[in-house]
Write a protein that binds this ligand. Sequence first.
Ligand SMILES: Cc1ncc(COP(=O)(O)O)c(C=O)c1O
Length: 280
Amino acid sequence: MRVLALLDGTLADPEAPLIRVDDLGLVRGDGVFETILVVDGAPREQGPHLDRLARSAAMLDLPEPDRAAFERAIGLVLDNWTGGREIALKLVHTRGVEGGDGTPTGFALGADISPKVIRQRAEGIAAVTLDRGVEPGLMQRAPWLLLSAKSLSYAVNMAALREAERRGAAEVVFTTPSGSVLEGPTSTLVMVRDRVLTTPPADLGILPGTTQAALFRAAEREGWTTEVAPIAADDLYSADGVFLVSSVRKITRVHTLDGKALPDSTGLHAALDALYESEY
Ligand SMILES: Cc1ncc(COP(=O)(O)O)c(C=O)c1O
């Protein structure tokens, strides 16, 4: 099931052509997006997602997204959803048509979560480490690379996922050339050891995750320790658990890394899942 809402407060047919062929979001990937998880009609982390949409837009020198119009479009999708309990709600904001008056293109599209993601949430995943070629300091030195913006230019991330599949895995852990952990193509990495949750710092040029933030909030409240610190890829093998977290995949356990089985973290996964769900 899919429901499409436009920023003028109307619904549109998601099966019908809508975007102009000269939209810069289409021809250059020049735009930004967010994906919000909705459960039982309640969007999770809507404020942080809208904040991040605005932050990404600013990094691309795009017009500021019309927050009230996006909120109305989100409401419209929710009001018209007749599908299952969960929705992947995508917000898109592009630079608009080439040579136009600069009006951005925007919409909110609600869709079902793919059965593959739902299966992976339960079963866990095999991942491979892939070099992203990004050294610490690059984000600050070369802001035009848009590291840590959630831009529509995700072709590289999708290529990495295909490479993972060629290597018999479902997911990717991006690393720096010197072997420091970054993130997944559409997720944040969280490592757990001795009840300490660690995630790599965003200033390495990775997206600050709303799911990781929610999980850390809940964990701190319940007396776990959290830290934002560099992680060496080799350290993942001896951790109590390695997880890829995102709005749509929630807390997904990595059971195998580069073909090697990681220590069994099913119990830890259940504990983190309960922490995350306790936020809502
Ligand atoms: C590159 C990247 N990192 C991390 C995340 C996780 O972010 P969130 O938890 O806010 O969904 C995403 C989300 O799709 C992403 O694209």
